[in-house]
Design a protein around this ligand. Structure first.
Ligand SMILES: NC(=O)c1ccc[n+]([C@@H]2O[C@H](COP(=O)([O-])OP(=O)(O)OC[C@H]3O[C@@H](n4cnc5c(N)ncnc54)[C@H](O)[C@@H]3O)[C@@H](O)[C@H]2O)c1
Length: 254
């Protein structure tokens, strides 16, 4: 597969580094970023091609990874789908709007292509997908991050938000993709608490899900990306794993 990427920041850097090691199983070839220098830096590492607009890669790629920003999703994803190209969306917060999500799904159907949403920084999405075959009654998320990851300078712990995921993604759009992933996978607007805690060094997520299947709790302590401390390394790894699975005959997990 030939891959293009939109957004050449933290996630794209990790994917590119992995591609350099020759283990991706696909060719990461086209790079687009509104900051041209970022695209040039990454492209240079894999002998890739920089494009000045998304349209310039669409005839040459099998899949585009969106790793830019929630605001980029409505700008680029419909174009990608309409060109008959598969897309992987990292800025999951943009998909909380159900009307928009259904519109993208319809475009994918019309163009016979797929939209992939990797599990990102959350753990347990496999279990949630299985659980969703029965009814899920309750899902909660507690996110605890160092203040810097939430754009704050604090010396004491502070609860920044308590409420529904749909509101959380509006208030913390680049920080709470996990709330969106969880809500979309569960099919409910989950209850979210966001805590800025100077005592923690990692991005931490505690998930609780209850339904016909029983219940489970997951706890994640994510190492942050050097380039962007808001982003967890696991999110980039999940994109890489999903990409690799697309080329595998033996796929583990749902
Ligand atoms: N699904 C998850 O669990 C998860 C986890 C972490 C991050 N994310 C999301 O993935 C996305 C990428 O994360 P990152 O840490 O690599 O971000 P980053 O800020 O490090 O890099 C984003 C890059 O995209 C570029 N960009 C922004 N808007 C653009 C546009 N409209 N067109 C072209 N380029 C654009 C920026 O210039 C920047 O270089 C973010 O939206 C982030 O919230 C999702």
């Amino acid at each position: 597969m030939i891959i293009g990427i939109v957004g050449c920041g933290a996630i794209a850097n990790i994917i590119t580094n992995y591609a350099i090691e020759g283990k991706l199983g696909s060719e990461l070839k086209y790079f687009y970023d509104c900051d041209l220098e970022r695209a040039e830096n990454l492209a240079a590492q894999v002998n890739g091609t920089v494009v000045l607009k998304i349209e310039d890669m669409l005839n040459y790629v099998d899949l585009v990874i969106e790793a830019a920003a929630p605001s980029a999703v409505p700008l680029v994803v419909p174009k990608i789908l309409n060109s008959g190209t598969n897309v992987m969306i990292m800025s999951v917060g943009a998909l909380m709007d159900e009307k928009f999500r259904l519109k993208l799904n319809q475009l994918a159907e019309e163009n016979n292509v797929k939209i992939f949403m990797p599990s990102g920084a959350i753990v347990g999405l496999d279990g949630i997908k299985s659980a969703s075959i029965g009814k899920i009654n309750k899902a909660t998320l507690i996110t605890r991050k160092p203040p810097k990851s939430l754009g704050k300078t604090l010396t004491e712990k502070e609860i920044l938000y308590e409420g529904k995921a749909s509101e959380a993604v509006k208030k913390f759009p680049v920080n709470i993709n996990v709330a969106a992933s969880l809500s979309i996978a569960c099919g409910i607007d989950v209850d979210v608490k966001i805590i800025a805690d100077p005592k923690v060094k990692r991005n931490m997520h505690e998930v609780y899900v209850e339904g016909v299947f029983g219940s489970f709790r997951t706890s994640t302590e994510n190492v942050r990306c050097d380039i962007n401390p808001k982003t967890s390394m696991l999110a980039a790894f999940s994109a890489i794993k999903l990409l690799k699975d697309l080329n595998q005959n033996f796929v583990i997990g749902n």
